[in-house]
Design a protein around this ligand. Structure first.
Ligand SMILES: Cc1cc2nc3c(=O)[nH]c(=O)nc-3n(C[C@H](O)[C@H](O)[C@H](O)COP(=O)(O)OP(=O)(O)OC[C@H]3O[C@@H](n4cnc5c(N)ncnc54)[C@H](O)[C@@H]3O)c2cc1C
Length: 457
């Protein structure tokens, strides 16, 4: 990145102390004297779900690349996770990933990944971030707007205490909006006359229903089991071991196939798609709470790099920049990847947010292409499917079939799903030749029975 005169770096303010905000704060603390993390929730720890992060009740996985970046930014954090009660799983030695054609091969793609509830993951990371004396948390505080100087530069945030509604203006040399999918900056920038960022939107209309269980029975070596949705059956499930020897079990479905969320429907809906060993272990097991639901109507990519004007002193980060249909578990990992872009931007001395957005765009695009391509393969998801999308969709279907029987293709596919490689890695001649050979094509045209029986492979 190109270097400019070094901007003042006394104070940075991060709006949102969830995963993206925490990762941003970790990187900012190496460059700013003071980093203030603001969140409207009261952040008491205790590994409990909270209001500002309703998705925290549902299954969360950290992909291979995300796990690598966490270990780099927070040396020794794997020990912290273990000490807090998290388990871990080798990808894919202890992860059973079932697609339309069977179980992906058990090739190792990275170091073991964290298996824990979302609140535990967030609490452990927050503890590490707040251990840095440069970082201060102001919770129970709303960011209500930004402050601007006469030259149009963002100079801080207008905070409001949630308990007594006091106005608390806070000046800053840089404001990072990590306020989640609603993305406060969209309205703030519009109000300042910059307009709105061009957005890409996919109406995936994804629904989740989740229940926590103590299992009675074994799933073999597998700590995490996924049954992917597919065009002819747009439902799936994911289940994984978490702290306290319990499992989070999630059903998901597109549009009219969303799980109902009714308690009496959960087991029948699970039985229709879960591998038999897992279903038996759930059936004989003990529910540890109610069924909870969540809807994610859209994936939204906000192309701030394409805005004609953008004020200095502000960047947008995490889900506020791009939020995904969650079934590929990408959000935390993409935020972690953005934190490396933020670090390079700060190291370059740049003060121009558009440089940050330009470098963040390809990172976001890698994950966006995976999930939007998968969404558009589902007939019920509305949206244009130009020839290029249809051709790639057909190729990806053949690749998924080939991946089941061919460890080389399986390895390449798992690395891309874990954001360790870009999707273009799947188009390399060596992989394409294996995907397009006649045997792979035959398998691609013959998806397996809707009831996945290939357990414990
Ligand atoms: C159902 C579901 C399942 C998911 N599963 C996975 C998964 O398996 N793996 C994965 O990597 N990702 C997953 N995600 C995505 C993941 O949760 C997010 O990508 C991740 O939390 C990073 O988001 P964030 O920090 O940008 O925003 P959020 O986590 O949404 O946090 C936003 C924060 O901003 C605060 N805030 C908002 N407005 C204000 C304001 N005005 N003032 C002060 N504070 C404010 C909120 O209280 C909150 O703490 C899932 C998402 C959903 C919906």
């Amino acid at each position: 990145m190109k270097s400019n005169p070094t901007p003042a770096r006394d104070r940075a303010v991060v709006i949102g102390a969830s995963m993206a905000g925490l990762l941003a704060a970790r990187v900012l603390a190496d460059h700013y004297t003071e980093v203030i993390l603001v969140d409207r929730d009261q952040l008491t720890g205790g590994h409990e779900p909270r209001r500002g992060v309703p998705q925290g009740r549902h299954i969360h996985s950290v992909l291979g690349r995300g796990d690598e970046i966490l270990a780099e930014l927070f040396p020794g954090i794997r020990d912290d996770f273990a000490a807090a009660g998290a388990a871990s799983a080798r990808i894919a030695g202890e992860v059973r990933f079932i697609n339309a054609y069977g179980v992906l091969p058990r090739v190792e793609v990275t170091t073991p990944s964290i298996c824990a509830t979302r609140p535990l993951i967030e609490d452990v990371v927050r503890e590490r971030v707040l251990a840095d004396p440069a970082v201060e948390l102001r919770d129970n505080t709303d960011a209500a707007g930004v402050m601007v100087d006469g030259g149009g530069r963002i100079r801080g945030v207008r905070l409001v205490a949630r308990d007594d509604h006091r106005d608390l203006p806070l000046s800053a040399d840089l404001v990072v909006d990590a306020s989640g999918r609603s993305g406060r900056s969209v309205a703030w920038l519009d109000g300042l006359g910059h307009g709105r960022p061009p957005e890409d939107i996919v109406h995936s209309n994804m629904g989740y229903a989740t229940r926590r269980y103590r299992l009675a029975g074994s799933t073999g070596r597998d700590q995490f089991i996924v049954v992917a949705a597919r065009p002819d059956r747009p439902i799936g499930m994911a289940a994984g071991v978490v702290e306290n020897d319990s499992w989070v079990v999630t059903l998901f479905g597109y549009g009219s196939h969303q799980p109902s969320g009714a308690e009496e429907d959960f087991l029948p809906q699970l039985e229709a798609i879960a591998p038999r060993d897992l279903f038996a272990a759930v059936l004989g097991g003990q529910p540890l709470g109610p069924v909870v639901t969540h809807r994610t109507p859209t994936s939204i990519r906000r192309n701030y790099q394409r805005m004609r004007t953008f004020p200095r002193g502000l960047i947008v980060f995490g889900d506020a920049l791009c939020c995904f249909n969650p079934i590929y578990g990408q959000g935390i990992t993409v935020a972690a990847q953005q934190s490396l872009v933020l670090r390079s931007w700060l190291e370059s001395g740049s003060d121009d947010p558009r440089v940050f957005f330009r470098h963040a765009a390809p990172v976001v695009r890698g994950a966006w292409d995976i999930v939007s391509g998968a969404d558009l393969s589902i007939p019920e998801v509305p949206g244009d499917r130009p020839l290029s999308v249809r051709v790639i969709g057909r190729y990806m279907s053949r690749l998924q079939a080939a991946a089941v029987g061919d460890p080389v293709v399986g390895h390449a596919y798992l690395r891309v799903l874990n954001l360790l490689d870009r999707p273009t890695a799947l188009m390399r001649p060596a992989i394409a030749a294996r995907v397009l050979r006649p045997g792979a094509a035959v398998r691609a045209l013959a998806p397996t029975d809707p009831q996945p029986t290939a357990v414990g492979a």
